[in-house]
Ligand binder design. Sequence first.
Ligand SMILES: Cc1cc2nc3c(=O)[nH]c(=O)nc-3n(C[C@H](O)[C@H](O)[C@H](O)COP(=O)(O)OP(=O)(O)OC[C@H]3O[C@@H](n4cnc5c(N)ncnc54)[C@H](O)[C@@H]3O)c2cc1C
Length: 535
Amino acid sequence: MGAAPAGARAGAAIDRVRPVSLVELPAGRTAPDGSGRAVPHVRIAIVGTGFAGLGLAIRLKQEGIEDFVLIERADDVGGTWQANTYPGCQCDVPSHLYSFSFAPNPDWTRTYSRQGEIWNYLRDLARRHDLHAHIRFGHELTGATWDEAHARWHVETSRGAWTAEVVVDATGPLSHPQVPAIRGLRRFPGTAFHSADWDHDHDLTGERVAVIGTGASAIQFVPRIAGEVGQLHVFQRTAPWILPHTDRPTTRLERRLYRAFPLAQRIVRSAVYWSRESFALGFIKDQRFMKGAEKIALAHLRRQVRDPELRRKLTPQFRLGCKRVLLSNDWYPALTRPNVELVTESIREIRGRTIVLSDGSEREVDTIIFGTGFHVTDPPTARLVRGRDGRTLAEAMSAGIQAYLGATMGGLPNFFKLIGPNTGLGHSSMVFMIESQLRYVMDALRIMDEQQIATFEVRPEAMTAYNAQIQSMMPGTVWMSGCASWYLDAAGRNTTLWPDFTWRFRYRTRRFNTRAYELRRRADLPAPAAAEAAA
Ligand SMILES: Cc1cc2nc3c(=O)[nH]c(=O)nc-3n(C[C@H](O)[C@H](O)[C@H](O)COP(=O)(O)OP(=O)(O)OC[C@H]3O[C@@H](n4cnc5c(N)ncnc54)[C@H](O)[C@@H]3O)c2cc1C
């Protein structure tokens, strides 16, 4: 990557996109877009090819639905697992659960898979289910506008447009890297990049490197680069809770067993699921359950860090679970290396190559790596989606984003967001939540067909009541116990996490609840739209 300015580089995944040849869509219909251009029309436009987008595409094909397009800004499928190629990238939920229930993989080589293996799993699924004919790589969504007169969406991308009956936003909660606004960063003459956009062409050997952030990604890549760089300064705002990692290679016997008896793997998956579900007790019901885990974490810290001053800096000052709980056996040892410094002073500014701290001290560095997370509560796609009343989703939700079942939002007819507000988890697999929502979307499409429904839109009172209930469950959860975290929006509301057991989410999303929606039948559309809908 060379010496590109940090602000311009970080998060610029689109830069890596290669041109691809376009394959004809299975359905060759066209329809005029807003300006009268004839553009391809599809029943469903899915944006994103991570677990969520691919999962939905697979479910559609299983139901014989071929009339859909998958829009993807990157040059390959995989989402999170395509973008995050930083050293040490690994899931922190056991792989038997962090995978689709309908596509178990008996061949996981570790209990917690590494990035390459998860990415390959997703690429393999896309190949096996013949999804490539539907995917448009290198297409970044630039706008989606609801056309009330024709009851359809106009979908604009960097390289082409569509009209669609239904839009599914599967752009992911952690796909837009966040870089803090530090004075002087843009003028930093060295190399700077975000962990989600790792610069593999840049050689860190012997360099003076700053890592900003000590969250889930940083604790994975810092131990991998600590031995390679000359000097490493790790900038920590708050010390995270770290539990010992139980990751291990799987044995040949286990893999053979799962291949020969898929039921054995399903039993293990189920055991992992229920043991994780029991963790929810501490997160949402009674924080006293966290005390045992805190003792384990503090013993882990004591065992691995002898220096009392360093240990003090690494001792978390909030309840375990309030921020994401992290797993690592090599994070603390990395920080005890002679060439690694843990810096807890805040950054005042960057002057040339020098990072100036609030106490006036300075660190000169060649490279800055941001492990500073993602735009979670302010997703950029919210500014691209324009609903029935002409307002963008961001404008409509300026008081805080919310949705019904994390999937549908008032003012956005025929629109689903996968892994939308209040579907995140601190204790279990996001793939479980994604699968719950896939079932919900598939049920909605079935009902649209059966009842000749042209449009659905969640009723404001249903959305308000649902969110009031979700927010009423937040006080008393560990996430509201007094720490600042990316789970909370600017107003301090938790719009990110599901505050209950995940099986309750599965139960609530088992059917598309038509009573919560304003439905318009095809026959009730104005004449031109009805004719097009029938075509
Ligand atoms: C490093 C890391 C580790 C994680 N580990 C775990 C874990 O162990 N367990 C767990 O449960 N969860 C984990 N997560 C959360 C993870 O994001 C989810 O589990 C899951 O992968 C989300 O899938 P998704 O399809 O919703 O989104 P993503 O995988 O983020 O996919 C979104 C896709 O949308 C595309 N996209 C975004 N914007 C646009 C646009 N404007 N136009 C076109 N395409 C666009 C992106 O390129 C991407 O391909 C982790 C996240 C990260 C970042």
